[in-house]
Structures are given as structure tokens and as C-alpha cells.
Design a protein around this ligand. Structure first.
Ligand code: NCD
Length: 347
């Protein structure tokens, strides 16, 4: 079974193929209208979503397929205490591909171990969000025409922002990509992202957005992730750390690409929306087409993909991350890789 849990499950060649198929779909949608006729997508959204859920639904419908599922854990048997494994076992009997969003980090790995159909991670806690990265890559391809030789500013909540973690891991594979990581120190990028993806790439960590702007080719703004904070006071103090507005863009490059996975709260003023460099609404639109390409790819590939999900138990060792699925799901083994990191959440 082929899954998409981490963006690195896709090779660079496969990313190129997805981008090329998505572009062809945009040009010739009629050629794809029946490609998934008779197929069903199970959409399991244990956490709120607008763009990801609706663009996946739109993608499957545009391919002639159908969608079932739920958009609130409260309306499923999870409310009765069902595990992720049991829910996914059932849904894989009712569908041909599963898209899942869950608040616990590593939940899609648990799902992929029991599913009999491909599993797509549509966001797991503050960990990863690989299909947002596909959308981001298509946007960078369309707007910048390249993945090499880019200076990418990533601004806001780099600690809990799962889209950032996946974007960095994807872009760190290209040549001469420099990251400018802009955040308050309390919301800086987690160590596992630095250790696993940033060692070969150049990066700097700064706190001042305006000083960073002039050198950027891409500015990726993010929302401070209210739902991941343990303390309301800390969230309130940090939520408006960065607000991009028209005047702050005065020193920016004329071909800067301003991106945001959305939803935005205050971090991009509406006065930026009219700027020709504001690409976040196009970015959301591209999500439908790249997800169509992804569904087609996963439904036609029958390879074995179990690179993740292997690890060993270490006597007495448990993951210290309170948001990790291994600490809440009943009946799963607590597994660690050769670097002693938890295989579910990487911490
Ligand atoms: C993002 C997410 O869910 O992580 N939204 C999305 O899928 N476009 C970003 C966010 O919620 O801030």
C-alpha cells in the first residue's frame, strides 16, 4: 500500500510528476472527469478544516468519485471511545482511499498500519501537513518557476505550524535554498526539524520580520496555532507577533511571492490582498488540482511502503511528547528508531 504520511514519502521525481499532472488537469479537466468513477474516498476529519477537507472533496468529485466520512470527531464513534485503529479498519472496508486529519502527532502512522487502502495525512497535530506542502510547491512552481536558488522566509508559529515543518523538509532537498526562520524565540522551529532536515541547508533564525523582508523570494506567513497552546496567556501574548501590511512591503523584491496556508487571523492585513505579490488565494485554489493528481497517483501505485512504522520497543521507554498518539491510543507498541526518536512524532 502506498501512503502519504510525510512529504518525503514522495521522491523529487514524483513531486515533478504530481506538478505536471496537476497542471494538465487545470488545462484539460474534462480528461480527468471519470478517472475515479466508482471509487470512494473516506474523509476522517477529527479536527476542524475548511480548505483541506473541501479541496479533497472537490478533488475526488472532480475525478468522478464519491466521498464519505465525518468532519467532527464528536459525530463519530470516537465520541464513544473508539481507537484510531478501529475507526480506520472500518473505514478502509468502506472506501478506496482514506484522508485523515487528527490532533495527535503520528495518528496517520497508526492508521496506515491497519488500513487496507492508502492513507493520506491531512495534518497530524503540530507535526506534519504534507498535502499543504504539495499545494505550496505547486504555488512556488507556478509563481517562481523554480525550486532551486530561493531565499524563503517562514514567519510566525514555527513551533506548532505543521505546514512549516513539511515545507522545510520538502524544500531542503533542493539546491541553494536558504531559510530565514522568523519567529519569537518561544515559537521557534522544533529541534527534530532542524536535526532531520536543516543540517544541509543554510538557515538563520531571526525575530525581526521587516529587517528580513528585502532578501526574500518567498515569504510564507503562518497563523499562531491557538489550539496547540497549553496556556491562554502565552497565546494572547504571542498571537499578534507579526502583522504583514502594505507599508512593510515597501522594501520587498518586486517578484516576492507572499504565501499563507490560510486561515489567516491578523498576520496579513487585508490591505496586502490587492498586491500582485499576494499569492495565498491562488495557493488555496491550487490545492484542488494537486490533490486530484495525488489521489490518482496513490490509487494506481501498488508498491509496498513501510519505510515508516518500523522501530523497536525499548524497555520502560515512552515518548515524552504529550501530543503524541503513542500516549493515547490503546494497544499500540511504543516504537523508537535508531536515533532513539519516537517513530510516531519524531521527538
Ligand atoms: C493549516 C493547517 O491546518 O495546519 N491550514 C490548512 O490546512 N490550510 C494552517 C493553519 O491552520 O494555520
Amino acid at each position: 500500500m502506498r501512503n502519504l504520511i510525510n512529504i518525503l514519502d514522495l521522491s523529487i521525481n514524483e513531486l515533478d510528476e504530481l506538478i505536471s499532472v496537476a497542471s494538465d488537469i487545470m488545462d484539460n479537466p474534462q480528461n480527468y472527469a471519470d478517472k475515479c468513477k466508482g471509487k470512494i474516498m473516506g474523509a476522517l476529519f477529527f479536527e476542524p478544516s475548511t480548505r483541506t477537507r473541501l479541496s479533497f472533496t472537490s478533488a475526488m468529485m472532480s475525478l468522478g468519485g464519491q466521498v464519505l466520512g465525518f468532519d467532527q470527531a464528536g459525530s463519530s464513534s470516537v465520541a464513544k471511545g473508539e481507537t484510531v485503529s478501529d475507526t480506520v479498519r472500518m473505514v478502509s472496508a468502506y472506501s478506496d482511499i482514506i484522508v485523515m486529519r487528527h490532533p495527535k502527532e503520528g495518528a496517520p502512522i497508526v492508521a496506515s498500519k491497519v488500513a487496507s487502502v492508502p492513507v493520506i495525512n491531512a495534518g497530524d497535530g503540530g507535526h506534519y501537513h504534507p498535502t499543504q506542502t504539495l499545494t505550496d510547491l505547486l504555488t512556488i512552481h507556478k509563481k517562481k518557476g523554480r525550486f532551486d536558488n530561493l531565499t524563503i522566509g517562514v514567519c510566525g508559529d514555527l513551533k506548532y505550524g505543521r505546514t512549516v515543518h513539511s515545507l522545510i523538509s520538502a524544500m531542503s532537498r533542493y539546491n541553494n535554498v536558504k531559510f530565514v526562520l522568523i519567529s519569537p524565540s518561544e515559537l521557534s522551529i522544533p529541534d527534530y526539524v532542524k536535526e532531520d532536515y536543516l543540517n544541509n541547508s543554510k538557515y538563520v533564525e531571526v525575530t525581526d520580520l521587516e529587517k528580513a523582508i528585502p532578501e526574500l523570494d518567498v515569504l510564507y506567513m503562518t497563523r499562531v496555532q491557538a489550539e496547540r497552546f497549553d496556556s491562554v496567556e502565552t497565546y494572547e501574548r504571542l498571537k499578534d507577533s507579526y502583522i504583514l501590511n502594505h507599508s512593510k512591503l515597501a522594501s520587498a523584491k518586486s517578484d516576492l511571492s507572499i504565501m499563507h496556508p490560510l486561515p489567516r487571523v491578523n498576520e496579513i492585513d487585508v490591505d496586502v490582498d490587492e498586491d500582485s505579490r499576494a499569492h495565498y488565494f491562488d495557493q488555496a485554489m491550487y490545492g484542488r488540482y494537486i490533490r486530484m493528481a495525488l489521489i490518482l497517483m496513490l490509487l494506481k501505485t501498488h508498491g509496498v511502503d513501510d519505510r515508516r512504522g518500523t522501530g523497536v520497543e525499548i524497555e520502560g521507554k515512552v515518548c515524552k511528547n504529550p501530543h503524541c498518539i503513542s500516549n493515547s491510543e490503546r494497544g499500540i507498541k511504543k516504537l523508537f528508531n535508531s536515533k532513539s526518536k519516537c517513530i510516531y512524532c519524531d521527538q
